[in-house]
Each structure stands twice: as C-alpha cells, then as structure tokens.
Design a protein around this ligand. Sequence first.
Ligand SMILES: [Zn+2]
Length: 299
Amino acid sequence: MPEGDTIFRSARALNLALAGKTVTRFESAYAQLVSVDDESPVAGRVVERVESRGKWLLIHFSGDLVLVTHMLMSGSWHIYRPGERWQRTRSHMRAVVATSDFEAVAFDVPVASFHTARSLERHTAIPKLGPDLLAAGFSGDEALKRLAERPDDEIADALLNQRVMAGIGNVFKSEICFTCGVNPFARVSTMSAAKLSELLESSRRLMAANVAEGAGDRIVTYTGLRRTTGADNPTARLWVYGRRGKQCRRCGTLILMRKQGVGARSTYWCPLCQPMPEGAGAAVEGWSGTIRRGKVGCG
Ligand SMILES: [Zn+2]
C-alpha cells in the first residue's frame, strides 16, 4: 500500500503539473465519473490545486468539483507528456485528467468519486481540514487543541499540516516562525500556550495581509507576491524564506535552510533570532555545527 508520504509526493507532483491549468480532456473507466462529466464537463475547468489527506488524493477543479481517489493496494497516478507512451496498459486506466502540457493518469485506483465542497465535508472517511485561518469564524481554540494533539511534531511541520489549521503554505511556515522568534524544529510540546497563541495570531495577520493585496489562493506556496516584512521594497518582502546564506534582516546572522518533514520541504531560519528552546534535546546538538558555520560566515 502506498504510504502517506508517497501520496503526499504524488499530490505535490500532480499539483506542479496541473495547478492553474485548464483541463482539455477528462476520461474515466468508471460509469459514475463519466455520468458526472456528461452533466457538468470537467474539460474547460481550471485545476485549482491537488492535495493529499492521509491516503486520499484530491484534485480540486474550478466550479466546486473535486475528484477524490484512494490508492488502496495497487492504485497510482502517473504524469505523462501528451503523446508519451504510458507505462501500463490502457486496461488499467481508471481516470485521465489532461491539460495542454500534461496528462495525469490514474491506474487501478479502486475508489474514485466526484465531490462538491459540501459533500466532501460530509464524507466521514476523508480527513477533515483544520480551522481555516482566513475564515471569519476561525476558531483559535480548535487550532490550539489540534496543535496540542501533536506534541512531538516540529512546530513548522505542525503549522504546515492542513489538518491542524488550513491555509499556511511552505513560504509562510518559515516566515511565521521567524516573526515569533520560534525555532522551526522545536517540538510543539516545548512551546508555551502563550507562544502557540502568538503563532496563530501571527499566522492570521500575515495571511490576511497577503489576501488583502490580492494574492488569492488559500494555500500559499509561491513567493513572488508574498510580503511579510512590511517593507515596500519588493526585494525585502520576506524575512527568511529563500534567503539561505544571506544576512538576517534583524541581526545579520546568515540564514540557514534545511529540508524538513514528510515532504522534505525547505525550511529557512535565523539561528540567532530563532534559538532552540532549553532542553529541546537531540535536535539542538544535531545542528550546533551548522549554526557555528553560519555565524563564522557572517563575520
Ligand atoms: Zn536574526
């Protein structure tokens, strides 16, 4: 059975290939999917994003339509260039989502169905997203509760986990930790309730500021338009993200980067502004060498 991280990587690859593109063709071997497609065609819709939730893979199309697949034992998604020869025979094909650039093919997925946002919410087997940071009725208490349920998670991973709270992408993960002076690799359990609340508050503020300037999408993964420093100069928009080896805007120490978590996502931080909390254990020892090198480079 594909593990959660395999599906996470599939979702990420599909997202890179398909997101923002218009569907040019949809096919399926499942009558139920074909019937939905006949009534309200998938072709012509834009792929908004692809995400994984546990063992489920969700492809969100514009116009409130979500293709949900579960891999179970044998299922997989492949990505091909148009006209490229498939690695499995057509008899294994269960669904195809094609754009002008790519053809995403689901082979042998035993479970596939279309949903709306509403029917997805009612589907008890699919893990739910955490409270939406940008929603008017955002529940900080619920988000804190979900954080507390993951004491051993590294805080940056927990912030990125859409089941804890929905909305933070990989860029803001690093930026939020910086603005709160939190080491991204510190475990949730090492953080005070006040610090967790501060992280949530900072998350909401930064996300809201970026939505206000028209950034749009709810899961932020693109650095181009993001701004967290409050500076108008576009090159000074981000505190740490994408700035490995550059000087911290606050203290001048060199910014570090390390891959983190299930998807090995890049995490950026300033070792001086974001120290590891006391007694945080092995993670500190493991990184002292890197931190020293960073400071030497800083002069
Ligand atoms: Zn610093």
